[in-house]
Structure formats: structure tokens, C-alpha cells
Design a protein around this ligand. Structure first.
Ligand code: DX5
Ligand code: ZN
Length: 216
């Protein structure tokens, strides 16, 4: 499966967001990861459809919108209209059996997300409905956190399940992923690597992304 790098703009300098996005695109990013937070499901507020619409105008890279919001089904249409290509929703916020097919019906790739405290078994029945599975490696809400213990084992167990069921579905990892630990996530079975501070808080994005690509 193709390994992909998704810089999370949560750690970009918002005062020059356009330049930051173009810089990571030029540096070899495969996707742009956009963290949508509502202040209810997670204790932080970030961006909404108008921002996605503006970003859509400046990059051709797929926009990977990670919805950390309650009632995500009410907003998937607005994100699609704004230009989202990938939309992921948390098992903790909705009925995946309904929302994943609804995202696909809009023409977007549908992702199922699981938080660190939620047991892996909860998401397994919905895997075949998803285009990708996002395993959170921190409790969502903020960039720059350290990974939670036990997430490597969770990724490995999910990979084992997908292989056993013959499901060719990529695993995305998000939270605390950086050059120092990315090899472990790759070894555990991750295919898509979200990194916010691990890219945007380094001086040379091209060098960092190149390093990540060499490691994974
Ligand atoms: C966390 C977000 C992440 C975050 C990752 O709630 O979902 O996408 O931006 O940031 P880093 O890579 O700094 O942990
Ligand atoms: Zn995210």
C-alpha cells in the first residue's frame, strides 16, 4: 500500500496559512490534514467549511478533513461543498453504519476514527464500510502532544484483522507522529501519517518530509 504523508495544518502559522500549505505541498506532502473541532466533542475550537473553501482554491492536494465534532452527519455536506476530498468521523460521535455510506454517497473518501480509550473491537464491524481507518495516537483536541501508550499495539492488531479479512484498507495515524517515532508506526502497520508539529515546527519542511519518506 502506498505510504502517504499528511501534514496537519493545526500546527501551521495561521497568519500565513496559504504560504504554509504551498510550502508543504512543494516539500512533498501527499494530503493536507485539516482538524475540525467544535469545543464539545473536544476541548478546542478550530476551523469550519469557509476555511476549507479558501484552502481548496490554493492547492490541488486532497483535503483530508478530520471531524472532531458532535453530530458530524449534519456537516458532511457542507464540508463536501467546501472542497473536502476525505472526510473522517469518530465512532464516539455517530453511527458509522449510517454516516460512512453517507460520506461515500457525497463522493468523498470515508474514514472511521477511533480514540485511544475506545477498544479496537468497537470499530471492527464498521471497517468494511470505510475507505480508511484513522487510529488516534493522542486524545484529540490539541497539536504537539505525546503519543498515548498502547497505540502501537492497537495499530498492529487492526492491521492483523484487516489482513485476515482480506480488507485492503489503509490505516492512518494521527497525534504525536514525528521523525523520531515514525518508524515504529510504520512497522506496526500504518500507511498514512498525519504530522502537525512534527513538520510545521521544523525549520526545513522539505528536509523533514524527505526524512520521513526515507524512514517509512
Ligand atoms: C489532534 C489532531 C491532530 C493534530 C496532530 O487532535 O487530530 O491532527 O494536529 O498534531 P501533532 O502531530 O502535533 O500531534
Ligand atoms: Zn487530526
Amino acid at each position: 500500500m502506498k505510504k502517504q504523508i499528511a501534514p496537519s495544518i493545526l500546527s501551521a502559522d495561521f497568519a500565513k496559512l496559504g504560504e504554509e500549505i504551498l510550502a508543504v505541498e512543494k516539500a512533498g506532502a501527499d494530503l493536507i490534514h485539516i482538524d475540525i473541532m467544535d469545543g464539545h466533542f473536544v476541548p478546542n475550537l478550530t476551523m469550519g467549511p469557509p476555511l476549507v473553501q479558501s484552502i481548496r482554491k490554493i492547492t490541488k492536494l486532497p483535503l483530508d478533513c478530520h471531524l472532531m465534532i458532535e453530530n458530524p452527519e449534519k456537516f458532511i455536506g457542507a464540508f463536501k461543498d467546501a472542497g473536502a476530498d476525505w472526510i473522517s468521523v469518530h465512532i464516539e460521535t455517530c453511527n458509522l453504519a449510517q454516516v460512512l455510506p453517507a460520506i461515500k454517497k457525497l463522493g468523498c473518501k470515508a474514514g472511521a476514527v477511533i480514540n485511544p480509550p475506545t477498544p479496537l473491537e468497537k470499530i471492527l464491524p464498521f471497517c468494511r464500510l470505510a475507505d480508511f481507518i484513522l487510529v488516534m495516537t493522542v486524545n484529540p483536541g490539541f497539536g504537539g502532544q505525546s503519543t498515548v501508550d498502547g497505540t502501537l499495539e492497537k495499530i498492529a492488531a487492526l492491521k492483523k484483522f484487516l489482513v485476515a479479512k482480506n480488507l485492503n484498507i489503509p490505516i492512518e495515524v494521527d497525534g504525536g507522529v514525528k521523525t523520531e517515532n515514525i518508524a515504529e508506526f510504520a512497522k506496526a502497520g500504518a500507511d498514512i501519517f498525519v504530522s502537525g508539529s512534527g513538520i510545521f515546527h521544523t525549520k526545513d519542511y522539505a528536509k523533514t518530509i524527505q526524512q520521513i519518506k526515507t524512514i517509512i
